[in-house]
Design a protein around this ligand. Structure first.
Ligand code: FES
Ligand SMILES: [Fe+2]
Length: 386
């Protein structure tokens, strides 16, 4: 797919009229099922932080569509993951969201089949085993689990032992942030009445920013122009060397971070370069479930879960290190309230987008030049779902 036609080599914009995905892709049970099977059950999906499973025998459930995955910290320190399903008659092994196993066995609550932390069947509760029963063939169904810089991902299709891949943007963008050492602060969770792809469509453009995010647009002046970055403007070359925020994408003059008043509330991360600090926001995206943003004094992650054709769960988490954590509740609130406001605005506009998609004559939408990243996202979806 050519998004940068040769006649305008460096402008990001789309030059030809393109259609969005068909409306049905956002509405029907069939399309939802297809998304689960072709995307959510085949890619690395963000689950939690490694520190959420710090202790040996700590466990946690994560859900993807109608699949439940049991994550476990083995006594040897490794992470393991299994389908939350007993090999006897399929009962869920765990129902609590998280906890710690009392002993070294995973015991099914139904008839007490017991499994080692490796998932091997150790014993059944029957007096004798029937002829032909192979204990070794009745271990828990494994799920690939891997860690990327303190964030844990699972993959229902990858081979156990595989590494997290498939980032949508360069993970080195956050190389200078101490992601492994982060400690979780406040958490924002919301169910949005929209298809999961509506959320990503909205994430992938800033045409909506001036109208939907007045506060953010004041903080990040290029967003106030409806653009995500310098080369989104067809006339960008006229300002190619201009570092003024409305052209460069930096925060407004005097602002240091995404917060209510633009000031950093804790100390800045020690390892950042001038460029990192000036960028204001540095994103790493991992479709379909996750993005993480580095600011000078904190990191924010956003995680998605599809709950139905028109229902999506959104979880945002704020992270600090001990050095950067704001010292007062008021300072912390200044950071979290700002991010929550932006998320609330996005959630509300996504619901509005979803409602209008069901209009019978609306078969598909039309993309404008600034929506080149949506075109790329839709190509990504279609390459998987056909
Ligand atoms: S279903 Fe698990 S022991 Fe019977
Ligand atoms: Fe937005």
């Amino acid at each position: 797919m050519t998004l940068h036609p040769p006649s305008k080599p460096a402008w990001n914009g789309l030059t030809e009229t393109r259609q969005t995905l068909p409306s049905d892709a956002y509405l029907s049970d069939e399309a939802y099922r297809r998304d689960l099977d072709a995307i959510w059950y085949r890619h690395w999906i963000h689950a939690c932080r490694a520190s959420d499973l710090a202790e040996p025998r700590a466990f946690r459930l994560t859900r993807i569509g109608d699949q439940e995955i049991l994550l476990l910290r083995h006594e040897d320190g490794s992470l393991c993951a299994f389908h939350n399903s007993c090999r006897h008659r399929g009962a869920a092994l765990k129902s609590e969201e998280c906890g710690r196993l009392a002993g070294r066995l995973i015991v099914c609550p139904y008839h007490a089949w017991s499994y080692s932390l490796d998932g091997a069947l150790v014993r059944t509760s029957s007096k004798v085993l029937p002829d032909g029963f192979d204990k070794a063939a009745h271990g828990l169904h494994p799920v690939a689990v891997a860690e990327w810089r303190g964030f844990v991902f699972v993959n229902l299709s990858a081979a156990p032992g595989a590494a997290v891949d498939g980032f949508d943007s360069d993970p080195a963008m956050l190389a200078n942030w101490p992601l492994e050492r982060l400690e979780r602060g406040p958490v924002y969770r919301k169910e949005i009445a929209c298809n999961w792809k509506v959320f990503w469509d909205n994430y992938n453009e800033c045409l909506h920013c001036p109208g939907v995010h007045p506060e953010l647009s004041a903080l990040v002046p290029i967003y106030g122009r409806g653009l995500m970055e310098r080369r989104d403007d067809p006339a960008w070359q006229a300002h190619a060397d201009d570092e003024a925020p409305q052209f460069s994408g930096r925060l407004r003059s005097g602002a240091e971070t995404w917060s209510g008043d633009g000031s950093a509330k804790g100390r800045a991360f020690a390892g950042l370069t001038d460029e990192n600090r000036q960028a204001g926001q540095s994103y790493v995206t991992h479709l379909p479930s996750f993005f993480v943003v580095g600011h000078v004094d904190y990191v924010r992650s956003v995680s998605l879960r599809p709950l139905g054709p028109a229902r999506t769960e959104l979880t945002a988490e704020w992270y600090f290190t001990q050095e950067t954590r704001p010292e007062t509740a008021e300072a912390l609130d200044n950071v979290v309230a700002f991010g929550s406001l932006v998320l609330d605005q996005d959630a509300a506009i996504c619901e509005i987008n979803q409602r209008g998609l069901s209009a019978l004559p609306h078969r598909h939408g039309t993309l404008m030049p600034e929506e080149y990243e949506i075109a790329r996202f839709h190509a990504w979806v279609l390459s998987r779902t056909g």
